[in-house]
Design a protein around this ligand. Structure first.
Ligand code: SF4
Length: 212
């Protein structure tokens, strides 16, 4: 069976997705920071960020394909009912069935995406984190609940503003220092937000707490 066939819904088989890992932890960043959440990290990403901290996610074929039913069954074993679908770039896959099944099991569904592929799935919260390495699909801007821009250098502020102009007025705006540039960029971000208070800061607090 080809890779495409494996991830395609068939009439005889359950829909399958490449699952890199799934785990119960606290959401460390963005608008839902601090909440207990079941993370579903799907394999596959064609965005190619130079500073990516999950490069092992890029090759979808390197990860076992699991049925959506299996993925959701694992999640219900824990008391939290927030599911965060991330990657890789999760929108490389059709996520309609996964989100329907998560909703049926009582989960809120959050996604973290670069927006580089068309949106699928039923989402309670869309965290849109655009990347310079692959342009977002235009359909994401109206749908994003949260724009989270990773700041690697000072030129990223202007780039963040370009995206902020395109999202809906209700979209929450976050600037997050790239982890390895924290020392250099954190003071810059603090000053930028003080001058531009529509933005908030997002820190990857799970990394400070040494949890996944
Ligand atoms: S979009 Fe995410 S997973 Fe893909 S390369 Fe960039 S940081 Fe890594």
């Amino acid at each position: 069976m080809t890779e495409k066939e494996k991830i395609k819904k068939s009439t005889t088989e359950e829909y399958m997705l490449p699952l890199m890992e799934s785990f119960y932890t606290l959401q460390g960043e963005g608008a839902h920071q601090g909440r207990a959440a079941w993370f579903i990290r799907l394999g596959g990403c064609d965005v190619g960020c130079v500073w990516c901290d999950v490069k092992e996610s890029w090759d979808a074929a390197a990860h076992p394909h699991k049925t959506v039913k299996e993925i959701v069954q694992e999640a219900v074993a824990y008391p939290g009912r927030l599911a965060v679908v991330t990657g890789g770039e999760p929108l490389m896959h059709n996520l309609d069935e996964l989100t329907v099944r998560l909703h049926e099991a009582g989960f809120e569904t959050n996604i973290e995406t670069s927006g580089a592929h068309p949106l699928s799935g039923q989402w309670d919260w869309i965290c849109f984190s655009p990347k310079k390495f692959k342009a977002p699909h235009p359909g994401i801007y109206d749908r994003a609940n949260e724009l989270k821009v990773v700041v690697f250098n000072k030129s990223d502020f202007a780039w963040a503003e370009e995206h902020a102009k395109k999202v809906s007025p209700n979209c929450e705006l976050y600037l997050q220092p790239e982890w390895d540039k924290m020392d250099k960029m954190l003071p810059e971000i603090i000053e930028y937000i003080k001058s531009n208070p529509k933005w908030r800061i997002s820190l990857q607090v799970h990394k400070f707490m040494n949890i996944p």
